[in-house]
Design a protein around this ligand. Structure first.
Ligand SMILES: [Zn+2]
Length: 351
């Protein structure tokens, strides 16, 4: 490609990032043919741009970066106050630019396995929701960050403004840049929230149980779609997976059809129906008053621990197990309670 006249500009840059781009493409196609991923897409010229340098494409001396084919070291602002740049030895350097024109430098560094966190003796069931982002079996409600909602409103406003302008016109460029900026802010604050929340849960508990929400299926339901995409359940689950694995904790994923909301966590009684708007209810069997979400989180925890012990999830409910699936179950739902299945302790590697 370098030999052709119209692509001769490829000679102006180091060959390393060019080769890396081809390797990335190779990985993308391998994943596609192994049915692990969709067909690779072309990168948009206006999207995120990046160049990846392996060891032969850069030099790192005393915290200064010299990229191949560049005479002067690359200027950058160091954003890791606890790390001395002169003390590290990066294996890969990635230079990228996001759609709003901000430049980033990412370094890959080999580190030792982090020390395993001391056992806490605590376990938690976590119910992910719309109203609150998550509710734990300890009774804690983790709200969605209010700043996120505000940033999302801004984003929607800029998007409407952009939609009113002619495609490709100069008038469209300005709102377009604002949309890109607003997108970055929403993404950054959401990711920050998910990292803080998942890190705290993993730090404080040895075992975490969540439901398999089959996020993709639920996203097809329009009314729930936005809330689910926004709250980032899929990303949250992936963070829990790799953080529990990294710190020697366990994540148990139970079957998504387990009726966690409708089962009494005190006695195991299964309600026929529980509308989404009902926030608290009293168990007709044992009289316990339940907060809808905390009750669900307690059931999720019990089901996960039962699965870990190799029992059916119904056995998990403290009280009379015969209620589970007995004649008292008047539920007309299509979703029959099926045995929960453990997502093992999920130990697969995250990113
Ligand atoms: Zn009860």
């Amino acid at each position: 490609m370098k030999a052709t006249e119209e692509l001769s500009w490829l000679n102006e840059v180091s060959s390393v990032p060019l080769q890396q781009a081809i390797r990335h493409q190779q990985v993308a196609f391998s994943n596609f043919f192994a049915k692990r991923a969709k067909y690779p897409r072309y990168k948009s010229r206006t999207g995120r741009q990046s160049a990846e340098y392996t060891r032969s494409g850069f030099r790192w001396r005393d915290g200064r970066l010299y990229l191949a084919k560049m005479d002067t070291p690359l200027e950058f602002v160091w954003s890791w106050p606890g790390v001395d740049p002169a003390s590290i030895d990066p294996t890969t350097v990635t230079v990228s630019r996001d759609p709003c024109g901000r430049w980033y430098l990412s370094l890959a560094v080999d580190v030792d396995e982090p020390a395993q966190a001391p056992a806490t003796g605590a376990v938690a069931g976590v119910d992910l929701g719309i109203k609150d982002f998550a509710v734990t079996s300890d009774g804690e409600k983790i709200a969605n960050p209010p700043t996120l909602a505000k940033r999302e409103r801004n984003l929607a406003r800029y998007q409407r403004r952009m939609a009113r302008k002619q495609r490709g016109s100069a008038n469209r460029a300005k709102p377009k840049a604002k949309v890109a900026r607003a997108h970055r802010k929403v993404r950054a604050s959401r990711t920050d929230f998910l990292h803080r929340t998942s890190a705290r849960l993993v730090r404080d508990h040895d075992v975490i149980v969540i439901e398999d929400l089959a996020v993709k299926n639920m996203v097809r339901n329009r009314s729930l779609a936005k809330a689910i995409c926004d709250s980032g359940w899929g990303a949250f689950r992936r963070m829990l997976e790799y953080k529990t694995a990294r710190h020697g904790r366990h994540l148990i994923v139970i079957d998504r059809w387990y009726p966690s909301s409708k089962t009494c966590s005190a006695c195991g009684h299964l309600l026929a129906e529980l509308s989404l708007s009902t926030r608290t209810w009293r168990c007709p069997s044992c009289g316990t008053r339940h907060d809808r979400d905390i009750n669900a989180a307690k059931n999720i925890l019990a089901a996960g621990l039962a699965v870990a012990r190799g029992q059916a999830p119904g056995d998990a409910c403290g009280g009379d197990v015969r209620h589970f699936g007995s004649s008292r179950v008047q539920s007309p739902t299509k979703q029959e309670p099926r045995p929960a299945r453990a997502g093992i302790p999920v130990l697969q590697r995250g990113e």
